[in-house]
Design a binder for this molecule. Sequence first.
Ligand code: GLP
Length: 239
Amino acid sequence: MKIIEVSDYEDMSAQAASYFIHKIRNLPTITLGLATGGTPKGMYMNMIEDHRLHQTCYQNVTTFNLDEYIGLDDGSNHSYRTFMNDTLFQHLNIQLSNTHFPAEEEQIEASEFNSYDQFIKIHGGIDVQLLGIGENGHIGFNEPGASFQSRTRIVQLTDSTRQNNARYFENLDSVPTHAITMGIETIMNSKEIVLLASGSAKKAALSKLLEGEITEAFPASVLHTHPCVTVFADKAALV
Ligand code: GLP
């Protein structure tokens, strides 16, 4: 696991964006695994700015998002699909039909394959998977205790995750209790993984990750067994 120490959120966002842009330019048909949340937002803004200034091409880029809430109204502005459309996709020349979410069953059925994992596989797998980290060590919505062999499935969110994510909703009661998430094995099948961590709220999770004990009680620890992981972490998140 390679750790890149950056000074702050802006620096992390700029460096991580450059890292991805370089890969997209070298492999215009790249398949990316994407994440939501506050952490990658700045990186997405940098990618948009680069696209505006340098016309980096997304025409043949395919994306698979990590997770999606279950039980929101159709078109809810809290869905991760809405987040990604508003925050990134509509500002690039990406084809929306090349952007995929685990809850969009019709895409999975249309593919004649019966699971998101197989759907990813027939697209040749994920070249680079972007991850954030939950304060409890979750990746995607794989909460502590999730099996390292897990595949894309519906999961129940922990109270702490619902409380943390309540900042994006009107109140705690509006936060869904369930989500559909890529499994840990789904994530680990990516050829490369990039994890972003910024701010003191992530300090405890990051220090546990860097300690190195590999345990299902701390999902992100599985990343130590992947051959190609880069972590961009800012000073506030590092001990
Ligand atoms: C959410 C998402 C994760 C994300 C994490 C951290 O629950 N499912 O994919 O990494 O929370 O979010 P944030 O970046 O807002 O701290």
